[in-house]
Design a protein around this ligand. Structure first.
Ligand code: CA
Length: 310
């Protein structure tokens, strides 16, 4: 039997309870076809969970095909091989890019198709990772705050980063759907991969721009807070995006990590007894006397004698 020194690894984040995960996609109010796709894949041996959201683009049925291909190819590819998680993610996304690109060349009805992708590879032990191409996002909710862990590969996001456009102006900019990177449109693509440090109680939210284009961060935070169940959160977010106009397909995948393991507090009387014994020992040492007997050996008469000596 092989043994592993546990001190080499950070404490497992969900050893006492699995993350609670839910996902859903909706066509929205305006469109007739849903080109978004999502998936969840588990590798029990490695104790890894892969969550994926993809948002397809391209006319006819191209967008649907591209996003579905991305989800399936990543679900298979990420758990292949023995490389570290970041390398496996990068290789699987690169492979998906090549396959989607090739399919678009082979079939004229799929010409020009592509897809965004965002994925979160949750690892129970060791670092977790996020990878993305395009403008689908990963948010983290922690300690009552929300922040995006991905930077959109979009024209508008680039203009905001460069200080040309304000965040407010970006929301209504007519160019906000222009993405700079997508899977399958070129023989290879840039991919952003970054480690994600998990903490108990974290909530991770992957979504297409049909969500973050309709709802601001504050609204997402309000709707995605605990203690609501993840499937209820997902439904509430989709309904809110549709209420706000629903001009795009909307997809949400949510992972709630378990709260910190509850620790039994030491009962007050036990703490008091420990403190009393420590004080007694210290007094005894200072006075040169032998260590006093345990409380349980003492009689009421002993206690009364002690009191009268003080
Ligand atoms: Ca979209």
């Amino acid at each position: 039997m092989s043994t592993v020194d546990e001190s080499e690894f950070p404490a497992p984040v969900w050893s006492h309870d699995e993350p609670r995960i839910a996902g859903a996609t909706d066509v929205g109010v305006v469109r007739t076809v849903n080109q978004d796709a999502f998936g969840r894949f588990d590798d029990a041996e490695r104790s890894e969970i892969l969550l994926v959201v993809a948002d397809g683009l391209g006319g006819h049925r191209g967008g649907e095909v591209a996003s579905q291909m991305a989800v399936e190819l990543l679900g298979r590819g990420v758990f292949e091989g023995q490389a570290d998680p970041a390398s496996r993610l990068r290789a699987a996304i690169q492979h998906a890019n090549e396959e989607i690109y090739r399919a678009s060349l082979d079939d004229t009805s799929l010409d020009g198709m592509g897809t965004t992708v965002v994925c979160l590879l949750l690892a129970e032990e060791g670092p977790s990772h996020v990878a993305h191409v395009g403008d689908s996002r990963l948010y983290r909710l922690r300690a009552g705050r929300i922040g995006s862990l991905t930077e959109d590969h979009s024209l508008v996001a680039t203009l905001v980063r460069e200080g040309v456009l304000s965040e407010e102006a970006a929301r209504d900019d007519p160019r906000r759907n222009q993405i700079l990177l997508a899977l399958g449109v070129r023989p290879d693509t840039e991919i952003d991969v970054a480690p994600v440090e998990l903490a108990p109680g974290d909530i991770y939210l992957l979504c297409s721009d049909g969500l973050h284009g309709m709802l601001d961060d504050a609204t997402i935070l309000t709707l995605a807070r605990r203690p609501t169940r993840p499937d209820d959160v997902v439904q509430k977010l989709i309904a809110a995006a549709n209420d706000a106009g629903g001009t795009d397909n909307v997809t949400v995948v949510l992972a709630q990590l378990p709260d910190p393991m509850p620790v039994d507090p030491l009962p007050v009387d036990k703490l008091r007894a420990l403190a009393t014994r420590w004080l007694d020992s210290t007094r005894a040492l200072l006075s040169g006397a032998k260590e006093p007997e345990r409380d349980s050996d003492r009689t009421d008469a002993d206690a009364q004698r002690d009191d009268s000596e003080r």
